[in-house]
Design a protein around this ligand. Structure first.
Ligand code: DQA
Length: 244
């Protein structure tokens, strides 16, 4: 199933408390729920993301590659000056519809310019929450149709496999960082107890565990992978010991 991502930028978390003349009375949850319901109607999955931070929005755009099929983006005030967000939209090659609750062309002069407009497939403003729903309709009917065709005749299994790998890599990276943190703690515990950090017995025990846990065909690869992981932990532990 295709996925549309709804991105809301700074201060949109405060909907309901912002000037109702421009932004209406509803909250961000009301807006997101309306998008989720629209997704059900259109037969697409909907993911919602809000952040006050430019870097978090850019990271979200980067990590959407290969996972998201269309984006509805209200970049809030970043619309008017964030060249960094503009560049991120340009590089991800996912259709992005720019939306604004208010009519940015009929407000203060500084809101008239959008630096992201040129890299978005459309701009919709002044329609309130309906603008988001229209943006979703446009993504599905116009900008995601090429993808839909590929899905229908099943001609793009490669993309599906890549999506799956991207998801797995994300999980692996989280686990990798957790493992490194434990290795760091071990280095500190051992250093304060005055015992050497490195223990060859422990390494063999881990490698035996690998053999027991993985499918036979992958055992050798998995062992090499674990050895490399342990080498990186040791490198980090060594750095910690040097600094203590
Ligand atoms: C907005 C318009 C921007 O100028 C403003 O900074 C916002 C919201 C809108 O939805 O109308 O925060 O993007």
């Amino acid at each position: 199933m295709r996925t549309i991502l709804i991105i809301n930028g700074p201060n949109l978390s405060m909907l309901g408390k912002r000037d109702p003349k421009h932004y209406g009375k509803g909250t961000l949850s009301d807006l997101e729920n309306a998008c989720i319901n629209k997704g059900i109607e259109l037969g697409v999955k909907v993911q919602c993301f809000q952040s006050e931070s430019e870097s978090a929005i850019i990271r979200k755009l980067h990590t959407s590659m290969g996972l998201i099929d269309g984006i509805v983006m209200n970049a809030g005030a970043y619309t008017h000056y964030s060249v960094a967000i503009r560049d991120a939209i340009e590089l991800i090659k996912i259709p992005v519809v720019e939306v604004h609750l208010s009519d940015i062309h009929n407000r203060e002069d500084f809101r008239n310019t959008s630096v992201i407009e040129a890299v978005c497939v459309e701009q919709i403003c002044g329609m309130g929450v309906d603008g988001y729903l229209l943006a979703m309709e446009k993504l599905v009917s116009t900008y995601m149709t090429a993808l839909a065709e590929e899905e229908k005749d099943g001609s793009d299994p490669l993309t599906e496999e890549r999506k799956a790998i991207n998801e797995i890599d994300k999980e692996l990276l989280v686990l990798f960082c957790r493992r490194m943190k434990h290795a760091e703690r071990i280095a500190r515990i051992k250093a304060s107890a005055g015992v050497p950090t490195y223990s060859p017995d422990r390494e063999s025990e881990i490698l035996r565990g690998v053999e027991e846990s993985v499918e036979k065909d992958y055992a050798d690869y998995a062992k090499q992978w674990m050895q490399e992981t342990m080498r990186l932990s040791k490198e980090r532990q060594h750095e910690i010991n040097k600094g203590m």
